[in-house]
Design a protein around this ligand. Structure first.
Ligand code: ATP
Length: 461
């Protein structure tokens, strides 16, 4: 393991990140005043901005920059037959064991094999129950009657909404294979163990893209999507030595998968899945053909001279958790460093080194003093900037303190307004990562910030 990685694990712990997230209004425990609801979290003012920014960035990458991909926003509630066709009713289960003594609950595949063999609790040594299968789908009823005929599920993944709309989208938008459908939305899983903050929750959001390809070209597209998704993380400034591939072995492959890789990230608690890239073969559309009775074959109009070939497309899926990506971005951005001018006492600063395209606040405008018209001038500059950037304004406390607050929020640029600003029309532009400051004329400010964002590379940490 590289030195940088070890250093990171020394600095960033889940406790520190959870506490910073609460302190600065990124993430709060759900229903906290009632003692909290496990498996659910609320995104505060900075958290919702960060989440939206990540979602927009992914959406742009998938749709705006990729003419063969269109978007969709399907309903969470779907026809219950969908989940029979998808295999979720039958297969979407986790093995569950309980400790009879301390009542702890575990996923049997996540405790050491020796404990499982001896049926011994890994926490207290007590006796474990037999392993039983537990379906992760949340079940409820639609309409006033609580009977089996009215059962409906909260979707455990967004992908099925894409498969059932694939024909609609071909017809309405004249899509030709290969093409993709992207979707961001909520998913729900009744997870047995929810820990590590927002890593695994019962309510979460996914960013999924399903790419429909001709059978026989699937392996090529699978490799291409693996390449693109890896390159994407580099583009948003993630430390690449914190990412690795994990290929699913034969025992791990899901029932639908021909091949599957996870991109794993080195979270403070270790390497964990961030995104899955799957070759789902023709499984999904074949099953929906069978269960719906509708012909979901693709008709290759361009090849009608060859007798209009029809086929069930293969699907390459890229499936990332939005809320899990947010956790990854927080962990990756987290840094602590010693600062302080020579001779002055050393001070630690906590800084979130977000890529400026993801940062919840892009520019903070800070008047050096409230008096002498500096506050008014700073407000005026903020007004000008807020058309183009997410801005903040802060006039309270010493300037050093205000910089620290912005560092903790991950704000990449601070604009300080002082007496020279009044006299010469210039401001100080301060960079979060290097803490360097440069003098910029007010009229060049927006352009300068735009070009700094475009050329951003992480300098340290
Ligand atoms: P696991 O085996 O860890 O339960 P999975 O392999 O079933 O996860 P997928 O079904 O492939 O996960 O889901 C795709 C992505 O959705 C995951 O890579 C992850 O980022 C996200 N995800 C899945 N389950 C959760 C959850 N409970 N909370 C937050 N994000 C999740």
């Amino acid at each position: 393991m590289s030195e940088a990685v070890t250093e990171y694990q020394g600095k960033a712990s889940m406790e520190k990140i959870t506490s910073l997230a609460k302190r600065r209004g990124f993430v709060f425990q759900s229903s906290e005043i009632y003692g909290g609801q496990s498996g659910a979290w609320d995104y505060g003012p900075l958290g919702v901005e960060l989440k939206n920014r990540i979602a927009q960035n992914w959406w742009k990458e998938m749709t705006q920059l990729n003419e063969s991909i269109v978007g969709l926003d399907a309903a969470i509630l779907m026809h219950p037959r969908v989940w029979e066709a998808s295999g979720h009713v039958e297969n979407f289960t986790d093995p569950l064991v309980d400790c009879k003594q301390c009542k702890a609950r575990f996923r049997a595949d996540q405790i050491p094999e020796a404990n499982l063999a001896k049926k011994q609790c890994p926490e207290c040594g007590g006796d474990l129950t037999d392993t039983r299968r537990f379906n992760l789908m949340f079940k409820t009823n639609i309409g006033p009657l609580e009977d089996a005929a009215n059962t409906i599920y909260l979707r455990p993944e967004t992908a099925q909404g894409i498969y059932v709309n694939y024909k609609n989208i071909i017809q309405s938008n004249r899509m030709k294979i290969p093409f993709g459908i992207a979707q961001i939305g909520k998913a729900f899983r009744n997870e047995i163990v929810t820990k590590n903050f927002i890593f695994r929750t019962c309510e979460f959001e996914q960013m999924e893209m399903q790419y429909f390809v001709k059978p026989g070209t699937d392996e090529e597209w699978f490799n291409e999507w693996r390449r693109r998704r890896w390159a994407y993380y580099e583009k948003i400034g993630i430390r690449m030595d914190h990412l690795r591939w994990h290929r699913h072995g034969p025992g791990e492959l899901a029932h639908y998968a021909k091949d599957a890789y996870d991109i794993e990230y080195l979270f403070p608690m270790g390497w964990k899945e961030l995104e899955g890239i799957h070759n789902r073969s023709s499984y999904d559309l074949s099953r929906h053909t069978e269960y719906s009775g509708k012909d979901l074959q693709y008709i290759d109009q361009d090849n009608h001279l060859e007798g209009t070939p029809r086929f069930i497309p293969f699907i390459i899926e890229t499936s990332a958790g939005l809320t899990r990506t947010l956790l990854m971005v927080l962990c990756d951005a987290y840094d602590e460093e010693k600062v302080g001018a020579q001779g002055s006492p050393e001070e630690m600063r906590t800084v979130l080194r977000f890529h400026p395209n993801l940062a919840p606040i892009t520019v903070a405008v800070l008047p050096l003093m409230k008096k002498d018209g500096l506050a008014e001038l700073a407000q005026d500059i903020r007004k000008e900037l807020k058309e183009d950037f997410a801005t903040d304004y802060d006039q309270s406390g010493a300037i050093g303190r205000r910089y620290r607050r912005q560092d903790e929020a991950g704000t990449p640029f601070c604009v300080t307004v002082d007496y020279e600003s009044k006299e010469k029309g210039t401001v100080t532009l301060r960079f979060r990562d290097s803490m360097e400051q440069v003098r910029v004329s007010r009229s060049d400010l927006a352009q300068r910030i735009r070009s700094e964002i475009k050329g951003y590379t992480r300098v340290s940490g």
